[in-house]
Design a protein around this ligand. Sequence first.
Ligand code: AOF
Ligand code: ZN
Length: 356
Amino acid sequence: MFKEDEKFIRQAIREALKAKGDTSPNPLVGAVIVKDKRIISRGYHKGPGYPHAEIEAINGAPESLAGSTLYITLEPCSFWGKTPPCVETIKMIPFERIVIGTVDPNPRVNGKSIKILKKAGYNVSVGVCENEVKKLNPYFESFIKSFKTYLLLKVAISKDSFIYSKEFPEKYITSKESRIDLHEKRFGFDAILVGSNTINVDNPILDTRNIKKNYKPKILILDFSNKLDYSKNIVKDPKRLKYVFVSKKFRNILKDRSDLKYIFIKDKNESWDIIKNDLYNKGIISVMIEGGKKVLISALKSEMVDEINIYRSTINLKKGLKFDIEKIIDKYKNFKLLEEKKIGNDIFLRYRCLQV
Ligand code: AOF
Ligand code: ZN
């Protein structure tokens, strides 16, 4: 490894992030090409069907690549997918070195390209800024090994286990620090799921405004009985893509708008099966489930939730909508507490399902 490798892999990470929110089910990948310590070309993967990051960088290079170094956040692919294998293109170029952030966890790659490149005589370094690079795609590995969408259920709850009270004047139960932490988490998710009742009552924005203004995760709305109020913020906003799960019987009376997509279901339980197994076709491999109570319980009953995050505040609400989350978790014995820490004044708890 060379002194400047970390600096250039971080530049490649910056490239990758340009497509944040657009690449799933593919990962975010960035590349830079460096010659005489100068970046001469950059590239990133824009999404399914578009060229891969290193191909963008190679094709955009203004001068000969002989003797240059290729930095890529992810191991190049070695198979024909929607695009040809990148490793074959790379092998046509006399790079002096190839620096890779991390191995591609895709079982069709998983180290194959690194072997191919080494065998072809390239000087290859792997694992530069590996933790940072892996953070680009927190759910890609679990997706590509199972073809299932990762479901995280989030609850913000009072000390005495209420999630809502009419008598509590402020909008939030938890502290500002917890909300910033939540927005950081949301930034890793393709979609946020809520029931139509939560939209109708809370009129939420469901974005990441405390940390990043422009990232707008897609919205999934469970609205089996077609009760959604179309005048609410998020429903009105044409920039937020929404998938509404609604009973087939309303098929003919729903609005026809490009930001509103309908998924017709026969019964309520069918939603979870579709969310877990089919949404990657719509570029969604990770979903944060945010409520309300009925939705949270229905998600847990489906036994498809991978992770639970609880933000527990120090406030007692005394009245309102009670949600005994710990009791419910105990019913599903396969959840294990993996993390417990303070965030501001709140307690944050992270449970992981060990066998979904
Ligand atoms: C790379 N560079 O920029 C990306 C890679 O369907 P395809 O052909 O686009 O292939 C998708 C797979 O390619 C994806 O699952 C992952 O293993 C790899 N992604 N590889 O060499 C890139 N985005
Ligand atoms: Zn590729």
